[in-house]
Design a protein around this ligand. Structure first.
Ligand code: ZN
Ligand code: FE
Length: 255
């Protein structure tokens, strides 16, 4: 593995990530919604934050950027194309760009709809995906600034990533997501097995991240909106994936 990744829980259910690239020793931070807990953890580890990666403009992902940047001198990389400016942004990136970080290369993948310019970062060597609020374990982000038509192409791009990929998402929403998924996909045996693991982890207050993308492809309803058998169970046979995705998202919004 080229990255050593530390989870820093902040606020009520957000995750910030610190990642150390093991060849260069460079350290990055993903979506610091607060600065103090991130600085404290980095100090404990003896890690100097060099780069801050941002997925989207929401406060719970960027509110710590200015303080963290002032304290560390880190370079802030994020979506210049989001609907609101990213504080302290030094380098604007967009879908299809790459970001070199020591021996690692991050591919920038746009997944729009939660915000209009939301991006995710895929570490090609380590096969770690920082998915922000676009993809959660067994869930996806609410469509605050878009529709299913905006989100679906992005989810398809994420689905093309290798099964071994680990998903580091922006929130610990897994238990609620699993409850919703079970309600619409009751005979999915792998989902039930995962529900047991999630319940066990959460009862110990352990994070459910990183999620495994290969498993997500089988149990995350939002990644399966074009599965004909799944669609048929909900009366969406023969419909486009995007149409069924809108139905699933509406169901989750009122769950
Ligand atoms: Zn958000
Ligand atoms: Fe968020």
């Amino acid at each position: 593995m080229s990255l050593e990744i530390e989870i820093v829980p902040i606020l009520s259910d957000n995750y910030v990530y610190l990642a150390r690239e093991t060849v260069s020793g460079k350290v990055l931070c993903v979506d610091p919604g607060e600065a103090a807990p991130v600085l404290a953890r980095a100090e404990e580890l003896g890690w100097d934050i060099d780069t801050i990666l941002i997925t989207h403009h929401h406060g719970d992902h960027v509110a710590g950027v200015k303080t963290l940047k002032a304290a560390t001198g880190a370079t802030v990389i994020g979506p210049g194309g989001d609907s609101q400016d990213i504080p302290g942004l030094d380098q604007s990136v967009a879908d299809g760009d790459t970001v070199s970080f020591g021996s690692e290369t991050f591919k920038v993948i746009g997944v729009y709809g939660h915000t209009s310019g939301h991006i995710t970062y895929f570490a090609e060597t380590d096969q770690a995906l920082f998915s922000g609020d676009a993809l959660f374990s067994v869930g996806c982000g609410r469509f605050f600034e878009g529709t299913a038509a905006d989100m679906w192409p992005g989810l398809l791009k994420l689905r093309e990533l290798p099964d071994a990929s680990r998903v580091y998402c922006g929130h610990e929403y897994t238990a609620t997501n699993v409850a919703f998924a079970v309600s619409i996909d009751a005979d999915n045996a792998e989902l039930h097995r995962y529900a047991g693991i999630v319940a066990m982890l959460r009862s110990e207050e352990m994070p459910t991240v990183p999620a495994n993308l290969g498993l997500e492809k089988k149990i995350n309803p939002f990644l399966r909106a074009d599965d004909p058998t799944f669609a048929e169970k909900h009366g969406y046979q023969g419909q486009e994936g995007v149409t069924f995705l809108a139905h699933i998202r509406a169901g989750k919004d009122s769950f």
